[in-house]
Write a protein that binds this ligand. Structure first.
Ligand code: CMP
Length: 224
């Protein structure tokens, strides 16, 4: 029963589109479905790897920290995305930690099953490469943001990246704590609070209940 359910979940994952019924079957047998509450560390930076994870629901942050415990958020992953592939591909320790930002559901795929499928399926190899290229593009954009924009621009960039189109308006729907924004742009929480207040007073952002935000079009002027 769990096996059939796993297969049904895996069939819907874009990364695995193109696998044969037999390959999906083998993968389902090597997969476990897991649900974790907010704040749980799923993989830890520096540890050896056992599995590849596919996020089925919820959001998780990819984070690194230095010896003093200072943290930087490299990315926020959402449903349908995968993580944990880097250390499986190059046999190095985990490059970062992945921590749930809300209740998350994952599929954990056993390392050996993943490696053997990667050798069998060109399509799966291409899907992994597309995922890695997308991340590289995002990392390039982030380097540009950090190198060229001031703190207002960096905050504006994060807000725009997390916003979606709702009836023609850009809206940040999920609550974005100031501390998390600070870790994404290398600023202090206090500085982010000051910038957010300034953006609100000057009419660049309009707060809504439950931590949602409407972004006015003119916020893009901070990106140039
Ligand atoms: P791995 O090194 O096995 O464990 C940590 C995972 O975080 C890594 O694989 C990737 O899946 C993910 N990861 C690392 N860096 C980034 C990044 N810049 N953007 C998105 N995901 C990342």
């Amino acid at each position: 029963m769990a096996h059939e359910e796993n297969k049904a979940f895996l069939r819907r994952v874009p990364l695995l589109a193109g696998l044969s019924e037999q390959q999906l079957e083998a993968l389902a047998a090597a997969s476990l479905r897991r649900s974790y509450p907010k704040g749980r560390t799923i993989v830890s930076e520096g540890e050896p790897s056992q599995s590849l994870y596919i996020l089925l629901a919820g959001r998780a942050k990819v984070q690194r920290s230095d010896a003093e415990g200072k943290e930087v958020i490299l990315a926020v992953l959402g449903s349908g995305e995968f993580f944990g592939e880097m250390s499986l591909i190059d046999d190095s320790p985990r490059s970062a930690s992945v921590i749930t930002l809300e209740t998350c559901e994952f599929m954990a795929i056993n390392k050996d099953a993943f490696k053997s499928l990667l050798q069998q399926s060109t399509e799966m190899g291409m899907a992994i490469m597309r995922g890695l290229v997308r991340r590289l593009r995002e990392a390039d954009k982030k380097i540009e943001t950090l190198a060229l924009l001031d703190v207002y621009g960096r905050v504006a960039r994060v807000l725009l990246d997390f916003s979606e189109d709702v009836g023609g308006e850009r809206v940040v729907r999920s609550k974005l704590p100031r501390q998390e924004i600070a870790k994404m742009i290398g600023a202090s929480r206090e500085m982010v609070s000051r910038v957010m207040k300034g953006l609100e007073i000057d009419g660049y952002i309009v707060p809504l209940p439950e931590g949602k935000l409407v972004l006015r079009e003119k916020i893009s002027s901070y990106l140039s």
